[in-house]
Ligand binder design. Structure first.
Ligand code: EPU
Length: 334
């Protein structure tokens, strides 16, 4: 069966199995394990952060756990448990309608809620880890439920325990978010205040709906719609380098974008590095570097996973030669 993925890569799996409840998933895992305890299982949501290099010789599991429930509510905040199969952006829209705030800046990021917790999605100064309270999952070998509090999820920049040591070991079933009942816009990300003003709005009277719309408009202007052109959002992570290395580069390239990172480190903009290396808008066969955001690789039509990988390697090589920086993909290769 064909595996859905936003890159639009043709890849098949032995089977694609949907689960719409914990009970259903547990039954499925027990049956599969009784039949063959070594068959590989892979969780795929919308496939918005995956690059298939070949067919998958195993079963794909897909969450169809929908809906959300309030677990706790105070005057200030609300804990909402959301099914991992909800489309993240649809939940954000509904949260705003309910007056639950904190996820506006994550608007329009493709993918399901479960994947958001795995990938620690982030945009415009907010990351999923800022609003996640806990994550529930079921073991793919023992069919046992496990709950992780936020501090145990190993969150970092586009990183989590689910992408790391637990990769392939759990299916996420539900994610609990702690959302605020008073809207406090997060506008620290460079360019956001300017975009708000350009939209004829004021940051002092801004509503959550307006902020969501501004974010949606920025994303639509820069990022290709996977329905029109296959892609997986940012293909690379922004590199975090030692301060001394960033300073050396800045003396040569004073306009290079850079941001504070953890102690003694600086985050650079991979998109800028790739553009400077001459790759923006360039193609290699049916794979291309997007012409409005060089951090995004696109499938121009008919590309295989290997075509995208070839472009990835060519870009990495040139960035390494020019700046001495090793780019690391954000996308998971399968
Ligand atoms: N830039 C260039 N050329 C380019 C692209 C970017 O010079 O082709 C420069 C920009 O001018 C800017 C800087 O690089 O000075 C940063 O660019 P931008 O604000 O577009 O964000 P980004 O760092 O390229 C990250 C995330 C995006 C997220 C945006 C906004 C990563 C890997 N990517 O991109 O996330 O939407 O910030 O917060 O951290 C994703 O993960 O799929 C994704 C789209």
């Amino acid at each position: 069966m064909r595996i859905e993925n936003t890159f639009g890569i043709e890849a098949e799996a032995s089977a694609v199995i949907y689960y719409d409840s914990e009970k259903g998933l547990i039954k499925t895992i027990q049956r599969l394990r009784a039949y063959d305890d070594s068959i590989p299982l892979l969780l795929v949501g919308e496939g918005s952060n995956l690059l298939f290099l070949s067919d998958y010789k195993g079963f794909i599991l897909k969450s169809n756990i929908k809906g959300f429930t309030i677990k706790q509510e105070t005057a200030d905040d609300v804990l909402v448990e959301v099914g991992s199969g909800e489309i993240c952006d649809e939940f954000i829209e509904q949260a705003i309608q309910h007056g639950w705030y904190g996820m506006e800046n994550l608007s329009l990021i493709p993918g399901q809620v479960g994947a958001a917790a795995v990938q620690n999605i982030g945009a415009y100064g907010v990351e999923a880890q800022d609003v996640i309270e806990e994550v529930k999952g079921i073991g793919l070998n023992d069919a046992e439920e496990r709950i992780w509090k936020q501090k145990d999820c190993g969150y970092g920049y586009r990183q989590s325990i689910f992408k790391g040591e637990l990769w392939g070991k759990y299916a996420i079933t539900r994610v609990t978010f702690r959302l605020k009942k008073h809207f406090e816009p997060k506008l620290q990300y460079g360019g956001l205040v300017k975009a708000i003003e350009q939209a004829g709005l004021s940051k002092d009277t801004l509503t959550a709906e307006q902020l969501r719309q501004v974010i949606i408009d920025i994303r639509r202007a820069k990022l290709p719609d996977p329905k029109e052109q296959g892609n997986a959002g940012s293909f690379f992570k922004n590199p975090v380098v030692p301060k001394e290395q960033a300073e050396r580069l800045l003396s040569e390239y004073p306009t290079m974008p850079h941001y504070p990172a953890e102690e003694g480190k600086i985050k650079l903009a991979a998109g800028w590095l790739i553009e400077q290396a001459g790759w923006k808008g360039k193609s290699l066969g049916p794979a291309a570097v997007h012409d409005r955001q060089a951090l995004v690789l696109v499938n121009k039509g008919g590309a295989t996973g290997h075509d995208i990988q070839r472009l990835c390697e060519a870009v990495k090589k040139d960035v390494k030669e020019r700046f001495g920086i090793e780019l690391e993909p954000e996308v998971n290769f399968i």
